[in-house]
Each structure stands twice: as structure tokens, then as C-alpha cells.
Design a protein around this ligand. Structure first.
Ligand SMILES: *Cc1c(COP(=O)(O)O)cnc(C)c1O
Length: 429
């Protein structure tokens, strides 16, 4: 293991004793890149500081939520103000109505939306609803797609498991796993074939409309529209898991960017502005099946929590300011193009893909269109690059199969500093 700071190492040793693997979510461990993770003390804008006083420019952004950067003053103020009025009531509040209205205004396909506490809850609940609505049991998901850690969604589930080399998860009953059909991403023929084998049994196709959990992989031309058409012909629901892409690849998410409307949409990450929130929503006719109006049960003691709702509302309000997405696009493009040039100049295998404010450079020569091609990446080379750039104050997600997250807090200075660090890092490896 490369050395972490003294205080981080000490906390890491203690963490191992009381927390499995020392982390509360597996992707935070840095074993795959040969490191002990630095423990983070504070963040402001695009920068974070660890407990040993090391400073980094952060491109993880809490794995997506922090599109405004850390501790945005207006978001913090909104959360504090909400906390002073009470942290939870378990009763309806005005802020929930306003957040619901805002989500339906921004995300094109939403007519109704239910708030939950995480992306996992959103996808799990959307699948139950899809099954309840269609009266069918099978689900189609794509290899390399991650939709949270609910039982039926863990097979071939992208970065977290792939980084640890876990192909499928013990504890998921075969009977449950058997209800999920796993197909290659970006391959419409495979979907068509699955539908012709099970014409009356598939409740839903769930997809990350831009894959973010096998690294960033853009849908091929016509792919999303093709899924829409197949779902329509076979009476299945199309579910977009926009937990990462929502408010990131465009204000209205991938559905706005590509102009394809799903039946149900799952949201998370950015809508909580760094507090725990998820949501699922879609056509009124489908959403009416949820309790208390309909028979599909789904609930949550802290759902629509006042702090999380206040943060989410403020974030969305700030994202609706004109030109915000132009700025994000410019910053992302400048950094992405700069890095592409550096990789090319150094003659290292790389294949980059960027959609809006997220991108990945795969350490591979060929085009990456699905999990199989993503998995050809040289993860040892990635680990060397990771170590070399972390040392120079650039904090990336510690896996080849993750997205680099750009925020509005990444300014020109941060981009320049990152490119300079990358140039040095690439020289070293
Ligand atoms: C992160 C993520 C989830 C799960 O969200 P959690 O809040 O971690 O439960 C679901 N789907 C996608 C696409 C994600 O990236």
C-alpha cells in the first residue's frame, strides 16, 4: 500500500475494527488502486482537505450529487434554516409540494413523483411499480449498469462490483436473480431477442440512458429510441435510471438531451444536493398505482425530509439560472480535451467519452460501447496514473469504471492546475 497521511492511516486502522472494510460504501476503499483512502475533513467549492491537511481538487463530488461544489453557501443556508424549523415531521410539508412541482417542471416525462431517501430506493420502488402496473415479473437490465443494491439489480452491476471482482452477489436468492435478464448495453438486437423469447413476461427495461457506472459510455445513435419502440410493441415499461444523468447531462437529464421519453424515471444524487434523497416518477396513470391511491405499497419514515428537500430545492433553483449548463459544458470540454491531448502526446492507450459534465478515459485503444469493451481496460495502468495524480492533489474516483464529475465550482484555475498535475503524472508512469 502506498502511504496515506499519519492521521488518515490511524483512522483507517480504527475503521477496520468497527466498520466492515473500513468504509460505509465499498467504492470508497482504494485497494484496487493500491492506496489507503485519505479521510476527508472539509470541502469548499471544488476543493477538499483531508485530516492530514493535504488539499485536493475533487472530481468525485460525492459520486455525483455536488454539481454546485462543496458547501455552497446558499445550499448550506437553506439546510440550516430548515433545521431550525425542525428536522422531520412525518407529515406533509410545503417544501415537498414545491420540490415535486419543480421536478415535474424540469424533467420532461414526469407528471407525478414520489420522494424517497436514496437512488437504491428509487429504482427498487420503480421496479415494484412496473411489475404491479404490468402484472409481469421479468426485468431487463444491462451488463455494467448499476441501479443501486436491491436484490434483483446486482448482477453484472458495474463499477463497485467489477472493481472488487464480484461477478454476482451471494445473498441474492437464485429465484430473485432469475427474474432479471442481463443483456449487453447498446445492443438492440439482444433486447429484441429477449422480447421475442418472453413476449408477455417482461415488466420493464431499466437503463442508465448514458452509462455512468462502467465508466461513461454514450448510447449509440438510435439506441434509446429503439428501446422505447421495443417496450411499446411488447407492452413493457421503459425506466430511465437518471440517478447520475439527471441534471448533469442536461437540466432535464438524458431524456431532454436525447429526446426520448421513458415511462418512469429514477432520480437521486443531484436532487439532494449532498443530502440523502431519491425520487421516482412518471406518467400519472402509472403513478396512480402507488399507495395510498393504488395497491403498490411503498413508504418511508424520512421520505421528503425537510433538510434534504430544502437542499434539493435550492440546488435545482440554482441550476435553472440561464447559462449554467453552457458553463458546465465549457469547463468539462476544456478539461476533457486537455487530458485527451496529454494522453495522446504520451502515447498511452486511451479512449475517452464525455457527455455533458461527466467523462471517463478508458486505458484501452478501441472504442468502448458496452461492458465487454470497457472491461478490456488496463486497470494496472489506471492505478499507476491514479496514484501519480492523487499525489499531485487531484482526487479522482479510485476506479477505471467511474465517471469524472465536473461541477460549477471547477473554475479555470482548477482546470489548469489539474492539467499541469496530469502532465507530470503521465510523465512519471
Ligand atoms: C448511485 C446510483 C444509484 C444508487 O443510488 P444510491 O443513492 O447510492 O442508493 C442508482 N443508479 C445509478 C445510475 C447510480 O449511479
Amino acid at each position: 500500500m502506498a502511504s496515506a497521511g499519519r492521521r488518515s492511516q490511524e483512522l483507517w486502522n480504527r475503521a477496520q475494527q468497527v466498520i466492515p472494510g473500513g468504509v460505509n460504501s465499498p467504492v470508497r476503499a482504494m485497494a484496487s488502486v493500491g492506496l489507503t483512502p485519505p479521510f476527508i475533513k472539509a470541502g469548499r467549492g471544488c476543493r477538499i482537505e483531508d485530516v492530514d491537511g493535504n488539499r485536493y481538487i475533487d472530481y468525485v463530488g460525492s459520486w455525483g450529487p455536488l454539481i454546485l461544489g462543496h458547501a455552497h453557501p446558499e445550499v448550506v443556508a437553506a439546510v440550516v434554516k430548515a433545521a431550525e424549523r425542525g428536522t422531520s415531521f412525518g407529515a406533509p410539508t410545503e417544501a415537498e409540494v414545491r420540490l415535486g412541482e419543480k421536478l415535474c417542471e424540469i424533467v420532461p416525462s414526469l407528471e407525478q413523483v414520489r420522494l424517497v431517501n436514496s437512488g437504491t430506493e428509487a429504482t427498487m420502488s420503480a421496479l415494484r411499480l412496473a411489475r404491479g402496473f404490468t402484472g409481469r415479473d421479468l426485468i431487463v437490465k444491462f451488463a455494467g449498469g448499476y441501479h443501486g443494491h436491491a436484490d434483483g439489480l446486482l448482477a453484472s452491476a458495474g463499477s463497485g462490483l467489477a472493481t472488487l471482482g464480484i461477478p454476482s452477489c451471494p445473498g441474492v436468492p437464485a429465484a430473485v436473480a432469475g427474474l432479471t435478464l442481463i443483456l449487453p448495453y447498446n445492443d438492440l438486437e439482444a433486447v429484441e431477442e429477449a422480447f421475442s423469447r418472453h413476449p408477455q413476461e417482461i415488466a420493464a427495461v431499466i437503463v442508465e440512458p448514458v452509462a455512468g457506472n462502467m465508466g461513461v459510455v454514450e448510447p449509440l445513435e438510435g439506441y434509446l429510441a429503439g428501446l422505447r419502440a421495443l417496450c411499446d410493441s411488447f407492452g413493457a415499461l421503459l425506466i430511465f435510471d437518471e440517478v447520475i444523468t439527471g441534471f448533469r447531462v442536461a437540466l432535464g437529464g438524458a431524456q431532454a438531451r436525447y429526446g426520448v421519453m421513458p415511462d418512469l424515471t429514477c432520480l437521486g444524487k443531484i436532487i439532494g444536493g449532498g443530502l440523502p434523497v431519491g425520487a421516482y416518477g412518471g406518467r400519472r396513470e402509472i403513478m396512480r398505482k402507488i399507495a395510498p391511491v393504488g395497491p403498490v405499497y411503498q413508504a418511508g419514515t424520512l421520505s421528503g425530509n425537510p433538510l434534504a428537500t430544502a437542499a434539493g430545492l435550492k440546488v435545482l433553483e440554482l441550476l435553472q439560472i440561464p447559462k449554467v449548463y453552457e458553463t458546465l459544458e465549457e469547463t468539462s470540454a476544456r478539461l476533457y480535451n486537455g487530458l485527451a491531448k496529454l494522453f495522446a502526446a504520451r502515447g498511452l492507450p486511451h479512449y475517452g467519452q464525455r457527455v455533458g459534465a461527466m467523462f471517463t478515459f478508458f486505458c484501452t485503444e478501441g472504442p468502448v460501447t458496452d461492458w465487454e469493451s470497457a472491461a478490456t481496460s488496463d486497470t494496472k495502468l489506471f492505478a499507476r496514473f491514479y496514484q501519480a495524480i492523487l499525489k499531485r492533489g487531484i482526487y479522482l474516483a479510485p476506479s477505471q469504471f467511474e465517471a469524472t464529475m465536473i461541477s460549477l465550482a471547477h473554475d479555470a484555475e482548477a482546470v489548469e492546475q489539474t492539467l499541469a498535475a496530469a502532465e507530470e503524472a503521465l510523465k512519471e508512469i
